[in-house]
Design a protein around this ligand. Structure first.
Ligand SMILES: [Zn+2]
Length: 214
């Protein structure tokens, strides 16, 4: 292997870095390196600072292209959504886009507010990426099954609807506890409730995000 591109800093997406670093150059958005260097607490997980061998040796801000295997592989930094170091990787010749954890099919989205993530930013990140990629691209989620651009659009719409539902309740003066009791996200829980982010947890995340000035 010659190149490894980290889509963000979470350990389930960077845990192999040190194993590949002998032969491969590790590339990532600058914030991935910064967060790997410092470590952090995410929910109940204590993430220690990464070993030097696990750190990206090439960092970028906006993105970069690898001209490799007869195609352009485009790393595109997306504005803070899942974290503040998210990158989508578009294999332009193969017509495949890896979304990192900006898109998952296994449950409610995880927006890591403690790593600079942002629910409204995630919507904007998807809105900025969708017009750039071909309509028939294969979409690889950070977790879950290979999907289509339509699946990605549907996920984006659901996310927008959930944010709107929580925003409306917040405007009406409902507390987070009341929103949970009202089962505000029940319409989406049938499809997404089996993941590790639960309905109540996602209500909390959206409410916390909306209460924060941007
Ligand atoms: Zn992640």
């Amino acid at each position: 292997m010659r190149f490894v591109i980290n889509t963000h800093w979470h350990f389930d997406h960077t845990g192999g870095n040190a194993l590949f670093s002998d032969s491969a150059a590790i590339l990532a958005h600058a914030n991935v390196r910064k967060r790997l260097l410092s470590g952090a607490k995410i929910l109940t997980f204590e993430i220690p600072p990464a070993a030097p061998a696990a750190l990206p040796i090439v960092t970028f801000e906006e993105g970069l292209s690898l001209w490799w295997n007869g195609e352009e592989v485009r790393a595109i930094h997306l504005r803070p959504g899942h974290t503040d170091g998210d990158t989508a990787v578009w294999f332009t010749g193969s017509n495949v886009v890896h979304m990192g954890d900006d898109f998952i099919t296994t449950g409610f989205p995880f927006v890591d507010l403690s790593s600079g993530g942002n629910v409204r930013g995630l919507l904007e990140a998807l809105d900025s990426l969708l017009p750039q990629i071909p309509k028939d691209a294969k979409i690889i989620p950070g977790h879950g099954h290979v999907s289509t651009v339509d699946d990605l659009r549907k996920y984006r719409s659901s996310l927008e609807e959930m944010v709107a539902v929580v925003a409306k309740a917040q405007k009406a003066g409902r507390t987070v506890e009341q929103m949970k009791a009202d089962k505000l996200l029940a319409p989406w829980a049938a499809e997404w409730g089996k993941g590790w982010v639960k309905e109540d947890g996602f209500i909390e995340t959206i409410a916390q995000d909306l209460a924060t000035k941007r």
